[in-house]
Design a protein around this ligand. Structure first.
Ligand code: ADP
Length: 625
């Protein structure tokens, strides 16, 4: 018989399981049963189109047997089974979702206590078993296989026989110690409790021989006997009435099904009758999965039709902007053997998807309005997704997402929605002001923000790459237009003041030309500004552009990067600018140095890198001496 070693990382996980002191070991049974149920799902699905399966829907079952004398607990299913290769692949490596998630958490050194809250999978059985035998036969194959392992020294595989397709997991439980009574897991009541607690919703009967007492015939006496009983109610949780499901049950189902070890932030249990009837159980997770913002993440809801799972993750049920939602949809209106291509064009499915989108939006909105702290936690995890959703496809999804966005309010010092911004606008304010940049602290000091602030106007501080694209996509919100305070006219001046500034610019024309000529290509334009507050200068991007975009492009797609024209704005009332102006006639060389120095300062304030920091340093030193 061949002896195989586990793959290195699987071995590490196994060691952990074997030596686990985790108190929730009991979840091993949930894991084994959940695998059995998945395997039956697969064969039940095959049976829809393949007559040869020959098992009626009602005959699919999971069977538990206990042998207290030999300490053996067996879980059998008549599901799809595994071929030799699959056996090796599935039980010899951690490649599978549940175990993988666990491993990743381990690598992040999260608490080991999380074992058991995970879908840790098959290996969790080694928390209670000293040895495990798997006997399996794949549907459609004649050969059956026997896999044996005690965890520590690898595993063996040999051929065996088995009557029908399916899998048997035979666990020899560890010896009891003073603290750990593994034999409890062989007790009828214990198993009954565990099934109730963790696996009640499994849609196939979980059967076990249980002892009963029955009345003897023609007598008042009772005798004991055994009888097969179905331990689970088999009603999927989403088919149950909301009032009959506890929060704990919702959460436990979520963790088990979607491999999360934290509770969801919100559970949405909804149903519809009418043109299309369906039941849906949706969850808003509290954390983004590690691969959420990568291409590996698969969006979609599990789709059932009359209790049979027809698709593991149906993308068409969930719009991209709500891809963080996990859940299950069950509708008897969908034909069971509908092909995937047909499903895409299915009218019922489109209606369900539309309703679900609306429902998610309204639930998130109510969370935003009534459970602010929770919503902020949600937004921390998935806000970026909502923003991407807003700007993608030229903004066609904005109705679903725009009310859900939060941005940092300079005035209020917290995250606020666009609605809250507009509602707090004082009399006279016409625009929604924002500034894009790298960090809030720096943005808060921008002269334009200061100017707006003095008028009692709030500015939204945009610090994520995607933020800037939002005003461009939305154009307006509640009929208010957006204004990029760092590059656009703030619209604060009266006609009179504008005229005054124009007159001043005319008067200083020679001076402005002098500064522009001195700086040459470094700037596109030099002009006066009335918005600089206490600052002498600022650097603003040419209209419609921003420096953040320039940086973003440089980072993301260097081949398409471009440089945004720089406009040097001068505060004619500032002493430093006046000093430069004075020097222009008295000492033009010095005035040139001043112009260059102020240009450097403006770049620094705009967080633009100086092309030649040495030249800057030399210039400062020269002026000091
Ligand atoms: P997970 O269930 O998260 O995928 P497991 O370690 O529990 O991880 O199982 C690994 C794989 O082994 C499963 O994905 C499945 O392909 C296979 N498997 C486990 N139990 C059974 C079973 N009873 N019948 C058929 N295949 C099974």
């Amino acid at each position: 018989m061949e002896k195989h070693q586990f793959k290195a990382e699987s071995q590490r996980l196994l060691d952990l399981m074997i030596n686990s002191i985790y108190t929730n070991r009991e979840i091993f049974l949930r894991e084994i049963i959940s695998n059995a149920s998945d395997a039956i799902d697969k064969l039940a699905y095959t049976a829809l189109t393949d007559d040869k399966v020959g098992i009626a829907r009602d005959d699919f079952a999971i069977t538990i047997t206990r042998n207290e004398d030999d300490r053996i607990l067996t879980v059998s299913d008549n599901g799809i089974g595994m071929s030799r290769e699959e056996l090796e692949e599935n039980l010899g490596t951690i490649a599978k979702s549940g175990s993988l998630g666990f491993k990743q958490a381990m690598e992040k050194q999260e608490d080991i206590d999380i074992i058991g809250q995970f879908g840790v999978g098959f290996y969790s059985a080694f928390m209670v078993a000293s040895s495990i035998t798997v006997i399996t036969r794949k549907y459609g194959e004649d050969k059956a296989w026997k896999w044996v392992s005690n965890g520590a020294d690898g595993y063996t595989i040999e051929e065996t026989t088995k009557d029908a397709a399916g899998t048997q997991i035979i666990m020899t439980l560890k010896e009891d110690t003073e603290d750990d009574k593994y034999s409890d897991f062989l007790k009828e009541y214990e198993i009954r409790n565990l099934i109730r607690k963790y696996s009640d919703y499994i849609r196939y009967p979980i059967k076990m021989e249980v002892s009963k007492s029955r009345k003897k015939e023609d007598s008042e006496e009772y005798e004991s006997c055994t009888e097969e009983e179905t331990l689970n109610s088999m009603v999927p949780i989403w088919q149950r009435a909301k009032k009959d499901v506890t929060e704990e049950e919702y959460n436990s189902f979520y963790q088990d099904k979607f491999f999360d070890f934290t509770n969801p932030l919100r559970t949405i249990h909804t149903s519809a009758e009418g043109t299309v009837s369906y039941k849906a159980l949706l969850y808003i997770p509290g954390k983004a999965p590690y691969d959420f913002y990568t291409k590996d993440f698969k969006r979609g809801l599990q789709l059932y039709s009359s209790g049979v799972m027809i698709m593991e993750s149906c993308e068409d049920l969930l719009p991209e902007h709500f891809r963080f939602v996990r859940g299950v949809v069950d509708s008897q209106d969908l034909s069971l053997n509908i092909s995937r291509e047909m499903l895409q064009k299915n009218r019922q499915l489109t209606i369900i998807a539309r309703n679900i989108e609306k429902k998610i939006k309204s639930e998130l909105k109510s969370m935003l309005e009534n459970e602010r702290e929770k919503y902020e936690a949600f937004f921390e995890a998935f806000g970026r997704q909502l923003k991407y959703g807003t700007v993608s496809d030229y903004g066609v999804h904005k109705e679903s997402t725009q009310d859900l966005l939060l941005f940092w309010s300079h005035k209020q010092g917290k995250l606020i929605s666009l609605k809250e911004y507009v509602e707090a606008m004082p009399e006279g304010q016409e625009k929604i002001y924002y500034v894009p940049g790298e960090n809030k602290e720096h943005l808060a000091k921008l002269p334009q923000v200061e100017t707006l602030s003095k008028k009692g106007y709030d500015t939204l501080l945009f610090t994520e790459d995607v933020d800037e694209f939002i005003p461009q996509t939305l154009m307006t919100y509640m009929e208010k237009s957006f204004c990029n305070a760092s590059s656009e006219d703030l619209g604060l001046q009266t006609e009179e003041e504008k005229k005054e500034l124009d007159a001043k610019a005319e008067e200083l024309k020679g001076f402005l030309t002098f500064v522009k000529e001195t700086l040459g290509e470094q700037v596109k334009e030099v002009k006066l500004s009335a918005n600089l507050g206490t600052y002498p200068v600022c650097m603003s991007p040419e209209a419609g552009m921003s420096f953040e975009m320039e940086k973003y492009m440089k980072r993301m797609t260097p081949e398409y990067s471009f440089s945004v024209g720089r406009i040097l704005e001068l505060n004619a009332g500032h002493e430093a600018v006046q000093a430069m102006q004075k020097a222009m006639t008295e000492d033009p060389l010095k005035a040139k140095d001043y112009a260059q120095l102020l240009c450097y300062q403006a770049q620094l304030m705009a967080q633009l890198p100086l092309e030649d920091p040495y030249a800057y340093t030399e210039l400062v030193c020269k002026l000091m001496v």
